[in-house]
Design a protein around this ligand. Structure first.
Ligand code: 6PG
Length: 481
């Protein structure tokens, strides 16, 4: 087999096939394809003769089909399968070649793999790819990590297949080793929060106003013309409008109310806990899915009492507008928390992540694509060292305008017994962050009481411990330094 292909794809399930077709459709690319079971390769090649794929039966054939330096994108289910493919590719590739993992790998796995592969002289690049099946085919948002050297080769290829937003390709080199998968993980955490917030908005409107799913679809479609404009709002309108063919009911009423999860949202929260970053909105979104998926507990708790009074809002239009504002404010919190985790992760793992560029490449192709991301890019362009996204002028003003409505919605939800974990935790975060003084002082006192963990004082330098036992009137403060 002659080395005629400039790029290869390993793993030809839907995402891999679509990415291979996307690559093949771009000027100048010849794509080698390989799948563990050759049937799938043959099927893809037969279905898409226009793509001019070069089919390989073995890893050796795959390597032979690629011109040096070889570049291959692995599109297999994240986990042990990725390691198995890397092991095979390393055997047939040479120093200077590039292996890209386009799956949803955990960034620490990517760091481990990058280190191991680097020893062979081959480049390993973990690249987050967002946009689902359609994105893979027509233009995803791509978040590559790996060495700067590999980016030189990858840049034109990835730019040619990425989504385009306002004339710019939705791909940029995020940082070394696992930085790309780290940022993709945060993308997914924000995705979870965004989805949960939208779901809470729908639930509140439905139960507060009695609007049907189709009517709420109209509300979302209208919201999609304003500052909330985003892919997730757009598809929510479509999901709510869908009627079940079998029953004639709104499809949303026929779907079992237990949300699945493949784990990337949980990773975001686990890592945030390690970094000490409060991503409470994202965490509540992950936990809301977990709670929904506990049918036995939910059945056991179903007869616990709720509020005595039934609830209906007086002014449906005003309530819908309040919910819109609560959604916007909570969404700002989710993004702010996500970017806090990016900043903390970059510091912890030694990456120079340009936050404004991350927001830019999320404007198109990915699941959280939204008009709003331009405001994030602007905020970081104005002040790269922002303490928190929510204090940037645009977001500060937006929160100031929305906060009264946000409070009304959270109060209404609590009164009505409607769970709104993401709305209410985002509001608590906002109030916590802006608080002049927090009861954390009392927690410090408690810690010092039972564990002599010490505390700092507002009026003096140093670290102090109170002698709590004995005569309390003569409590003594000791500077332990
Ligand atoms: C994307 C999506 C994609 C996938 C999620 C779904 O950016 O294209 O995030 O990666 O749809 O992994 O995750 P859950 O199954 O956990 O909801």
């Amino acid at each position: 087999m002659s080395a005629e292909a400039n790029i290869g794809v390993v793993g030809l399930a839907v995402m891999g096939s679509n990415l291979a077709r996307n690559l093949a459709s771009r000027e100048g690319n010849t794509v080698a394809v390989f799948n563990r079971s050759h049937d799938k390769t043959e099927h893809l090649v037969a279905e898409h003769p226009e793509a001019g794929f070069v089919a390989a039966k073995t890893y050796a054939e795959f390597a032979d089909a690629l011109a040096a330096p070889r570049t291959a994108i692995i599109m297999v289910k994240a986990g042990a399968g990725t390691d198995a493919v890397i092991d095979e590719l390393v055997k047939v590739f040479e120093p200077g070649d590039i292996i890209v993992d386009g799956g949803n790998a955990l960034f620490t796995d990517t760091m481990r793999r990058e280190k191991a592969v680097r020893e062979t002289g081959i480049h390993f690049v973990g690249a987050g790819i967002s946009g689902g099946e359609e994105g893979a085919l027509h233009g995803p948002s791509i978040m590559p990590g790996g060495s700067a050297e590999s980016w030189v080769t990858l840049k034109p290829i990835l730019e040619s297949i990425a989504a385009v937003a306002e004339g710019e390709p939705c791909v940029t080199h995020i940082g070394t080793d696992g930085a790309g998968h780290f940022v993709k993980m945060i993308h997914n955490g924000i995705e979870y929060a965004d989805m949960q917030l939208i779901a809470e908005a729908y639930d509140l409107i439905r139960r507060g106003t009695g609007k049907s799913p189709a009517e709420i679809a109209d509300v979302f479609a209208h919201w999609n013309t304003g500052e909330l404009e985003s892919y997730l709002i757009e598809i929510t309108a479509e999901v709510l409008r869908q009627v079940d063919a079998a029953t004639g009911e709104p499809l949303v009423d026929v779907i079992v109310d237990q949300a699945g999860a493949k784990g990337t949202g949980a990773w975001t929260v686990q890592n945030a806990l390690d970094l000490g970053i409060p991503v409470s909105g994202i965490a509540e979104a992950v936990f809301a899915r977990s709670l929904s998926s506990k049918p036995a507990q939910r059945a056991a708790a179903a007869d616990l009492p709720g509020p005595a009074e039934t609830w209906a809002v007086d002014d449906a239009d005003a309530f819908v507008e309040d919910v819109r504002q609560a959604l916007f404010a909570s969404k700002i919190v989710a993004y702010s928390q996500g970017f806090d985790e990016i900043v903390a992760g970059a510091a912890e793992y030694g990456w120079d992540i340009r936050k404004g560029e991350v927001a830019k490449i999320w404007r198109g192709g990915c699941i959280i694509r939204a008009q709003f991301l331009n405001r994030i890019t602007e905020a970081y362009a104005e002040n790269p060292g922002l303490d928190a996204l929510l204090v940037a002028p645009y977001f500060r003003d937006a929160l100031a305008g929305a906060q009264e409505a946000w409070r009304r919605v959270v109060v209404a939800a609590a009164r009505a017994g409607i769970p709104s974990p993401a709305f209410s935790s985002s509001l608590a975060y906002y109030d916590g962050l802006r608080a002049d003084r927090l009861p954390a002082a009392l927690v410090q006192g408690q810690r010092d009481f039972f564990g002599a963990h010490t505390y700092k004082r507002i009026d003096k330098e140093g670290t102090f411990h109170t002698l709590w036992s004995g005569d309390r009137s003569e409590v003594e403060a000791v500077d332990t330094h």
